[in-house]
Design a protein around this ligand. Structure first.
Ligand code: MF3
Ligand code: CO
Ligand code: CO
Length: 274
């Protein structure tokens, strides 16, 4: 199966969905404070998505083959939770590192992104991992340009993380996105030996590395969704959507509150928002 090259109309629709997904994270940001429960954050996300943005929460009821339907609007993954943390009664506390991953659908187009938050007073280890993972994602994104191939993302992510003594999760990767949530290709954040496709203008996919402070290995909890580090070390993840352009790339999940990329990023500048 080939990787879908988006038409200008599809790119326009995906830009709107991407911006809305990023704005949903902007909206949630001031609520990420010690004492709030992840369930309360999820309720805020649902209400904003449905009532303000007039979008469909894509994760709610999402059921990949062999899985139980996902029960919430957001995935909220704290500390040693790698991904797919189910919101509930758990309260955020000072020093927690938290990933909030949101996916919305607007006019049939998916918008998917996630950010890390440090709750209250940061810990040194938490801040270091969160910043390293942000750099890892951008290192991967900077490899995107026609002529390069998808494996260049994995190589760049790996070379960024290796000298820091951290590890990258192998089992989950980025994905094509469009009128489907998870399309081709699967984007590995580590180098692979199998041949990978070359980037072509009009391809749209996510880059979303999960980086562990300890070993790369993960395990599933019994709730059918939550993934944790096997050694219970901290784990972080950031996610953006990338469009391949004629000369490089553009970011689709962008809004006022998206953090500035690292200073060494050459291929993209954050637009100014009124
Ligand atoms: N948003 C996740 C991703 O980046 C997928 C979450 S699926 C869910 O691909 F069902 F767990 F919400
Ligand atoms: Co994704
Ligand atoms: Co996501």
């Amino acid at each position: 199966m080939a990787i879908h090259i988006k038409t200008p109309e599809e790119i326009a629709g995906l830009r709107i969905a991407g911006r809305l997904a990023s704005e949903l994270l902007d909206y949630l940001t001031p609520f990420v404070k010690p004492g709030i429960t992840t369930g309360e954050l999820d309720k805020l996300a649902y209400d904003y998505t449905v009532n303000v943005q007039k979008c469909i929460p894509a994760c709610l009821g999402y059921q990949p083959e062999g899985m139980t339907p996902y029960p919430a609007t957001t995935c909220i993954s704290i500390n040693h939770v790698v991904c797919h943390g189910i919101p509930g009664e758990k309260k955020l506390k000072h020093g927690d590192i938290v990933n909030i991953d949101v996916t919305i659908v607007k006019d049939g187009f998916f918008g998917d992104n996630s950010r890390m938050f440090i709750v209250g007073q940061p810990t040194i280890a938490g801040k270091r991992l969160v910043e390293a993972t942000w750099g890892c994602m951008w290192a991967g994104i900077e490899a995107v340009r026609p002529g390069n191939c998808f494996n260049d993302i994995g190589i760049a992510c790996w070379e960024f993380i290796k000298p820091l003594g951290l590890s990258i999760v192998h089992e989950y990767g980025g994905h094509g996105i469009g009128r489907v949530f998870h399309g081709e290709p699967h984007v590995c954040h580590v180098p692979i030996t199998a041949p990978t496709a070359k980037f072509e203008p009009g391809m749209i996919f996510t880059v979303e590395p999960m980086v562990n402070a300890g070993k790369r290995h993960i395990m599933d909890l019994n709730d059918g969704w939550t993934v944790v580090t096997k050694d219970r070390s901290l784990s972080a993840q950031w996610e953006l959507e990338v469009l391949v352009t004629e000369t490089g790339y553009d970011i689709l999940t962008v809004s006022k509150g998206m953090p500035e990329p690292p200073a060494w990023v050459k291929g993209w500048k954050k637009p100014t928002f009124a």
